[in-house]
Design a protein around this ligand. Structure first.
Ligand code: NAD
Ligand code: G6P
Ligand code: MN
Length: 441
């Protein structure tokens, strides 16, 4: 049986150990020869790599691990590149969140001006990874989680149209896991879903069991009362900010009671409340640095210090399972139904064919085949048109080095109240992002 080589780009990510643990879980059906970690921060990656090396020695000594900052070494002879880079790291995420907040606007990793700022940093970072992959392993597939996925997907569609890159998001499956729990099912894998939208901007229109029975009335009933809250024991609900986000889905759902929404819509539909509840001294970036980042790096350091991973609290999660399922669907032509961010091209009939939309696809060895969504209602269509305009303008601003277009993009975001506020935010973001953005004229 063929053994696969996998590069994890953004090897120093907090999500790397989980993905490696997941790959180990599937070794029998998805054999691995080598896992390569690639990052441009050698020291950060080393802690993760040294800990993962100990994990591998104990659980699967036949799998080779290599950590490198050299693109040729990292991208040569690989079958899959799993990408999750964060250009500018948490320090820049903190500014993405705090600069808009200073102007009374939502401060979020992927939505509004913060997401736009992050997009302008991510585009060149992800394009560089695509180019390395095409140069050193032209047959490989890149499975990309790097955010903001909507803007990254539009950039790769437009600027690298032939690249074998698939952009994905773990939010729908994270929510589906909660829905399954509330339905008394063992996992989201017992569900089949109809969903459409943009990344971090979508709606479920039906949820069925594997026999084809619609579970939607029961799902809607729960969301109408509790949002996506469960009994409080899920990992997401343990975190303060996610706990309130999951409950807030109830108010988003009230706008279209026949569907259930992606939680990220709250930033566009309730921006004033979001700002009122934010603390500019302590945003989600701070929560993540003190939470997930501190936890993962201290667990890795503990593995290194003890020389064993036998007692580690690092675990696998849905995030890891989704990207590994995608790799297996391609590797073994599994024709698995998965949500993917793909060029619309008629799948949503009454929507821009060139928009990158998030919809169900059947994934096999030649990539995703889109399923037809059909016509969508005016409310969703109009919201999506505005948001897709933002995403396309950001990519045009990047390509052309255009201040004007980036100002238009920020102005067009539903999170921003006026062109004046948009300009003030943009001017602050330009100063903060000097080391990352192209020069804008
Ligand atoms: P992190 O900062 O812990 O890890 C990112 C790593 O990328 C860092 O080690 C950093 O040094 C590295 N990096 C930055 N720029 C790079 C470049 N140009 N080349 C190579 N490496 C580079 O971040 P994290 O919290 O683990 O998240 C990683 C990424 O995954 C983020 O973009 C995050 O938004 C994304 N993510 C996406 C989804 C999704 O639904 N699509 C889900 C979870 C995380
Ligand atoms: C969700 C989203 C991702 C986001 C992730 C982590 O899963 O789909 O796009 O990156 O949350 O967010 P956090 O705030 O925990 O870093
Ligand atoms: Mn996402």
């Amino acid at each position: 049986m063929k053994k696969f080589n996998i590069t994890i780009a953004g090897g120093g990510s907090t999500f790397t150990p989980g993905i490696i643990l997941m790959l180990l879980d599937y070794l029998e059906e998805f054999p691995i020869h080598t896992i390569k970690l690639y990052d441009n921060d050698e020291a950060r990656q080393k802690t993760i790599a040294d800990a993962c090396e100990i994990m591998l020695k104990e659980r699967a000594p036949e799998v080779r691990l290599l950590a490198s900052t050299d693109p040729e070494e990292a991208f040569t002879q690989v079958d899959f590149v799993m990408a999750h880079i964060r250009v500018g790291k948490y320090a820049m995420r903190e500014l993405d969140e705090k600069i808009p907040l200073k102007h009374g606007v939502v401060g979020q990793e992927t939505c509004g001006p913060g997401g736009i700022a992050y997009g302008m940093r991510s585009i060149p970072g992800v394009l560089e990874l695509v180019d390395y992959m095409e140069k050193y392993s032209p047959e490989a597939w890149m499975l990309n989680y790097s955010n903001p996925a909507a803007i990254v997907a539009e950039a790769t569609r437009k600027l690298r149209p032939n690249a074998k890159i698939l952009n994905i998001c773990d939010m729908p499956i994270g929510i589906e896991e909660l829905i399954a729990k509330n339905l008394g099912l063992s996992s989201r894998k017992e569900l089949e879903v109809d969903y459409y939208g943009l990344n971090h901007f979508g709606w479920w229109t039906d949820i069925r069991d594997k026999a084809g029975n619609s579970l939607m009335p029961e799902v809607i009933k729960h969301v109408t009362q509790h949002g996506y809250a469960t009994d409080g024991t899920s990992e997401l609900e343990q975190q303060k900010s996610w706990n309130s986000t999951l409950k807030k889905a109830k108010d988003i759902q009230a706008l279209d009671p026949k569907t259930v929404p992606n939680t990220y819509l709250k930033y566009y539909l309730f921006p004033d409340e979001e700002v009122a509840h934010s603390n500019i001294e302590f945003t989600r970036a701070n929560e993540v640095m003190e939470g997930r980042e501190a936890f993962v790096f201290s667990e890795c350091q503990a593995i290194i210090d003890k020389g064993t991973a036998k007692e580690t609290k690092l675990t696998i999660d849905e995030h890891a399972s989704y990207i590994v399922d995608l790799a297996r669907a391609i590797a073994f032509n599994k024709k698995e139904r998965m949500l993917m961010i793909v060029e619309n091209n008629g799948a949503i009939r009454n929507f821009d064919p060139t928009a990158m939309v998030e919809i169900p696809c059947i994934v096999g060895s030649s990539g995703p085949e889109k399923l037809v969504v059909g016509e969508i209602p005016r409310f969703q269509k109009s919201l999506m048109e505005q948001q897709v305009g933002v995403e396309k303008l950001v990519v045009e601003a990047f390509e052309e080095g255009s201040y004007q277009k980036l100002w238009q993009a920020i102005t067009l975001s539903k999170t921003v109240p006026s062109a004046k506020v948009a300009k003030d935010i943009l001017d602050d973001l330009i100063v903060a992002n000097q080391a990352f953005w192209p020069e804008l004229t």
